[in-house]
Design a binder for this molecule. Structure first.
Ligand SMILES: [Zn+2]
Length: 530
C-alpha cells in the first residue's frame, strides 16, 4: 500500500526564537537552517521579516535550500487594503518560497484584541491569502487560538479556516496557542475540521504547556491532519513547542506511523539526529538534556545488574528501538549496585574485552564500589571510569606531573569598584622539562583550568581543541565536613563529549582531579605518545 505523505514544518527560527534566553544572530539562523535542511524537514520558518533587523536581513536574499523557506507575518490590518498595509507589503517582498500568515480564529480575540468585526477579520484573511498567492507564494494560515476558539464558537473558528482554504491556501494550520488543549480534544476537533477541509490541507501547531505537545501532534495526525509544526529540541515560548526531535524518530520507527506515512527525513538523516540535536545545544551553549527521548545520553542507559546481563544477550529485551537508528549508543551504567556484567559490558564498549573470570574485573569492580562509597559517581563520568580501567591494565602512559599549583583569590578596589580576581600558577614537569604557567580567570577553577592547559610542552598540540562545556558541583553531605563532588563535561574538535569526576573536601582539589582526568583522557584518546 502506498504510504501517505506527511509534512514537517519547523519553526525553531521563529517560534523557537521566543524561548527565554535565546537570541539568534543571523549566523546562528543560517547555521540552524542548514541543520534543518540536512535533517530533511519540508518547511523552515525562518522569522518575521520587518519585525527585527536580523529577520529582515535573513529574507533580504534567497537562501537556497531543499526545504521551503517560509516567512511569517500578520494578515492585513483591519480597515486597510492589502496594498496599503506596509507590514503586509514587506512580507510579500520577503525572499521566501512560502508565507505563513497568522490570524485570529477566536471570536473573543477578534473583538477584544483586534477591536474589529468578525466579518472584517474574515475579509482580512481572504485578502491576505489572495495577495500572497498573486505574488506566487505558497500560503499557509496559522489559526491562532484555534482550539479555544473552536470550543467557544465552532462556527466562527471553522469559518476562519475555511476562508483561507477557499481562497487557495495550501495549508490551514490549527494552533493550540495557549498549549492547554488535551489530546482527546485535539483528536475530536481536528476530526471535525477534516470533515470540512481535507486533511492533507490541515496542519497542527502544538505547545507543550501540559507536556503533551508531541501527543497532541500525533492525535491530530490520527484525526487526519497531514502537517506537523514543531521545533528542534522543543524550543519555544514558555514550555516550548512540539519537539520534532521526538516526533521524527517516532514517525520513522514506530510501525503504526512508519507503515502508513512517508516523511522527507531519510534513514541516514535519522541516524544523525543526535548530532543535530546536540549541535543546536552547542550553538545555544546549553548542556544537552541527558534524559531526552531518543537522543539523550540516558535514553538507552540501563542500570541494574540483572537487566545489564539480559541486555547484552538480547538488546530488544530492554530497548523499545535500536539506539543506532537515531545515532545514539547503548550504555550500561556502572554503579555501586551494578554487578559484574555491567562492568564487563562497559569494558567491552570502550574496547577493553576481558574474560568474565579475569581477577582484574573483580579488582576494578571493588575499586569502583569503594570510590563510589566515597562520593565518586562513575555512571555520570564515563571518561573517568575508562581511565580507572585503563590505569589498572597499565594502559595510561605517564605523560606529565603537576609538581604544584597555587590558586589565589583577591578582592580589591579597582577605581571605585570592588573587584574579585582569581589567579593560578601551575608548575608542570614533562619529561625533564619544567614548565610554569600563570593564568587569570573569572573564578579560581577557571584560572586553574586555564593555567593547566596553557602549556603542556610537547603535548600541547593534542589538547588545543579541548574545551569545557559544563561544570557542576554537588555538596554530598551538609555541615563543615561536607564532601564536594565536581563533574566536568568536555568536548573537542571531533565533537565527542566526555565527563570526568573529582571528589574532595576541598572544591579546588575536586575540580583539579576532574580537570586532570579530562586532559589525560583527551591525550589517551588522541593517542599521544608517552
Ligand atoms: Zn506557537
Amino acid at each position: 500500500m502506498a504510504r501517505e505523505r506527511l509534512y514537517l514544518f519547523d519553526t525553531t527560527l521563529r517560534d523557537g526564537a521566543q524561548t527565554n534566553g535565546v537570541d539568534f544572530t543571523l549566523a546562528d539562523k543560517l547555521a540552524i537552517a542548514g541543520m534543518l535542511d540536512e535533517l530533511g524537514v519540508d518547511y523552515v520558518e525562518a522569522g518575521y521579516p520587518g519585525a527585527n533587523p536580523i529577520d529582515t536581513s535573513f529574507f533580504s536574499e534567497r537562501r537556497p535550500m531543499r526545504a521551503r523557506v517560509t516567512a511569517f507575518g500578520m494578515t492585513r490590518r483591519p480597515g486597510r487594503s492589502a496594498s496599503n498595509d506596509p507590514g503586509l507589503v514587506a512580507l510579500l517582498e520577503a525572499q521566501a518560497d512560502a508565507i505563513c500568515f497568522v490570524a485570529k480564529s477566536w471570536d473573543y480575540h477578534v473583538r477584544i484584541a483586534l477591536e474589529t468585526t468578525e466579518d472584517e477579520n474574515l475579509a482580512s484573511i481572504r485578502d491576505s491569502v489572495r495577495a500572497a498567492k498573486a505574488k506566487g507564494r505558497e500560503v499557509l494560515l496559522d489559526c491562532e487560538h484555534f482550539f479555544d476558539g473552536y470550543k467557544a464558537n465552532p462556527a466562527y473558528a471553522l469559518a476562519c479556516a475555511k476562508a483561507a482554504y477557499d481562497e487557495g491556501a495550501r495549508w490551514v494550520v490549527l494552533c493550540d496557542t495557549n498549549g492547554g488543549t488535551l489530546p482527546h480534544e485535539v483528536e475530536d476537533i481536528v476530526g471535525e475540521v477534516c470533515k470540512v477541509i481535507p486533511g492533507d490541507r490541515v496542519g497542527i501547531h502544538a505547545h507543550n504547556d501540559t507536556e503533551q505537545a508531541v501527543a497532541n501532534s500525533f492525535a491530530a495526525i490520527r484525526a487526519g491532519a497531514r502537517q506537523i509544526q514543531g521545533t528542534l529540541n522543543g524550543l519555544g515560548e514558555r514550555c516550548g513547542n512540539a519537539n520534532l526531535v521526538s516526533i521524527i524518530p517516532t514517525l520513522k520507527l514506530k510501525p503504526e506511523y512508519a507503515d502508513k506515512f512517508e516523511i522527507n527525513v531519510s534513514d541516514g538523516a535519522l541516524g544523525r539526529i543526535v548530532r543535530i540535536s546536540h549541535g543546536l545545544d552547542e550553538l545555544l551553549n546549553r548542556a544537552p538534556d541527558r534524559h531526552a527521548p531518543y537522543v539523550g545520553e540516558s535514553a538507552f542507559a540501563t542500570k541494574a545488574g540483572i537487566h545489564a546481563s539480559a541486555i547484552v544477550k538480547e538488546p530488544k529485551t530492554y530497548e523499545h528501538v535500536a539506539p543506532e537508528r537515531v545515532g545514539n549508543k547503548r550504555k550500561l551504567l556502572v554503579s555501586d549496585q551494578a554487578g559484574r556484567s555491567n562492568v564487563l559490558a562497559e569494558l567491552e564498549r570502550i574496547g577493553l574485552s576481558l574474560d568474565k573470570d579475569d581477577p582484574r574485573v573483580t579488582r576494578l569492580l571493588d575499586e569502583v564500589k569503594e570510590r563510589e562509597a566515597n562520593g565518586y559517581a562513575y555512571e555520570a563520568a564515563d571518561a573517568s571510569f575508562e581511565l580507572l580501567a585503563r590505569r589498572m591494565l597499565g594502559q595510561v602512559p605517564h605523560y606529565f606531573d603537576v609538581e604544584k599549583f597555587d590558586v589565589n583569590v583577591e578582592q580589591r578596589n579597582n577605581a571605585s569598584q570592588r573587584v574579585t580576581v582569581s589567579q593560578a600558577v601551575v608548575k608542570i614537569k614533562v619529561g625533564n622539562e619544567e614548565l610554569i604557567s600563570v593564568a587569570e580567570g573569572i573564578g579560581p577553577v577557571n584560572a586553574l583550568d586555564l593555567a593547566l592547559r596553557k602549556d603542556l610542552g610537547k603535548y600541547q598540540s593534542f589538547i588545543t581543541g579541548l574545551t569545557l562545556t559544563d561544570y557542576r558541583v554537588r555538596i554530598l553531605n551538609g555541615g563543615t565536613q561536607a564532601v564536594t563532588r565536581v563533574l566536568i563535561e568536555s568536548t573537542d574538535e571531533t565533537g565527542e563529549h566526555w565527563r570526568t569526576v573529582g571528589v574532595s573536601a576541598n572544591i579546588i582539589d575536586a575540580s583539579f582531579q576532574a580537570l586532570m582526568d579530562s586532559i589525560v583522557y583527551k591525550l589517551v584518546k588522541s593517542g599521544a605518545p608517552a
